[in-house]
Design a protein around this ligand. Structure first.
Ligand code: SF4
Ligand code: SF4
Length: 389
């Protein structure tokens, strides 16, 4: 296993982190024994960073139970607090105490605000989160503070600039090089000395399971034989600015494959042919993309509150990957603050600011007709009930 020393925290972290959102399941429940075997296998092979969250069902409890068997001091735990559960600082404190209990620990190594928007960040500050963090750091209960983010580059930079963060967690992989915060956001945070954790390195498995026939053939015909997962991971670890790549592993063979790759990679080691192959894989995805939005956020703010890049990001996901997950997640992200595509009143302000010359109003109509259907709204309501435990 290769390790990186975090600039701000000084921690030596394995470049492969363990994402605890997708534990193996049996009969709809987390399979504890199998999870325990997999987690311990990962630890014994050098993985020392575990990422969980308050809202991942049973994840903290299961991790806490496994680590309580003599493994707690061998690893760093990252967990998160989500705005949907926190209305004031008393909620935040109560949830944090519960997290310590679930994780069977006296302290959290990396505490993150989960999937924050700029608006969430302002709300967190208003409720006194900075005082809470300062206090818990002084008490030794929180060692480092960060946030995870899925929004656009403009808002990301504002949040990065607003606090002396220890680390951030962003979605990044070879097809997201220019999506959400993308490479520009990654390098921006690095320039501020902030640690970089990567989530969705395989796009939830899509870079393995949703490859087109052309992409599979490109990989098969390449002189160096590697799996689709290995190409995706090597592309990430080729970037010297990335600290930890967090993979939501739940199969023994995937864990062993990822560990083997993480023990062998070096930054800046891919040659021209290898980079060119990954460029072709990426273009293959891009050819199928519906809206060529880079997620830069220059079209914002919309006077009527539409989150344009977010709408296009989910629309592209739906077109590329199908299924109901993306429309439902889109509705989850946009319904509370009415930032969905159908809030567009066609004032045209955004189109004049888009560097990609995207016909935003027309594309938002497409988003509305494809993602805001009765079926997805129904599924969204069910998902909302399930999340509100
Ligand atoms: S055209 Fe629509 S999305 Fe664009 S700024 Fe106006 S209301 Fe917002
Ligand atoms: S629509 Fe244009 S301006 Fe807006 S985020 Fe996408 S590329 Fe940037």
């Amino acid at each position: 296993m290769k390790y990186k020393t975090m600039n701000k925290t000084g921690d030596e972290l394995s470049i492969l982190g363990y994402g605890c959102m997708r534990y193996p399941r049996k009969n709809g429940m987390i399979d504890f024994e199998e999870t325990k075997n997999q987690v311990i296998t990962a630890i014994e092979n050098g993985v020392n960073y575990f990422d969980t969250a308050y809202i991942y069902p049973q994840s903290e409890e299961v991790l806490g139970k496994i680590l309580s068997d003599g493994y707690r001091e061998k690893v760093k735990i990252a967990t998160k607090s989500h705005i949907s559960r926190v209305k004031n600082i008393e909620d935040m404190t109560k949830i944090f105490q519960k997290q310590l209990k679930r994780l069977q620990t006296d302290y959290i190594d990396y505490y993150l605000l989960h999937d924050v928007t700029l608006e969430d960040w302002e709300n967190f500050k208003d409720m006194g989160v900075l005082y809470f963090i300062k206090n818990e750091k002084e008490n030794g209960k929180i060692r480092h503070f960060g946030f995870s983010f899925h929004g656009n580059l403009v808002n990301f930079k504002k949040i990065v600039d607003d606090y002396d963060w220890d680390m951030i967690m962003i979605q990044y992989n070879y097809i997201d090089e220019n999506y959400q915060v993308g490479k520009e956001g990654l390098d921006y945070a690095t320039s501020k000395n902030v640690g970089i954790m990567i989530m969705e390195p395989l796009r939830g498995g899509m870079l393995i399971n949703k490859l087109s026939k052309e992409s599979k053939k490109l990989i098969e015909d390449f002189p160096i034989k590697r799996s689709p997962a290995e190409w995706a991971l090597r592309w990430l670890w080729n970037d010297e600015n990335i600290d930890v790549v967090i993979s939501g592993m739940n199969k023994y063979e995937d864990i062993m494959e990822n560990i083997a790759i993480a023990s062998d990679v070096e930054p800046n080691s891919l040659n021209e042919d290898e980079i060119s192959l990954i460029g072709k894989l990426k273009n293959n995805f891009r050819d199928k993309i519906a809206v060529d939005c880079t997620g830069c956020g220059y079209c914002l703010p919309c006077p009527h509150g539409v989150d344009i890049p977010l709408s296009f990001s989910f629309f592209n996901d739906k077109v590329l990957f199908g299924g109901f997950y993306h429309p439902v997640f889109y509705l989850m992200k946009t319904s509370e603050n009415k930032s969905y595509a159908s809030a567009c009143l066609k004032c045209g302000v955004c189109e004049r600011k888009c560097p990609q010359d995207i016909r935003i109003m027309k594309e938002l109509d497409n988003v509305k007709s494809k993602l805001e259907t009765f079926r997805y709204k129904f599924l969204y309501r069910i998902a909302k009930l399930m999340f509100r435990r």
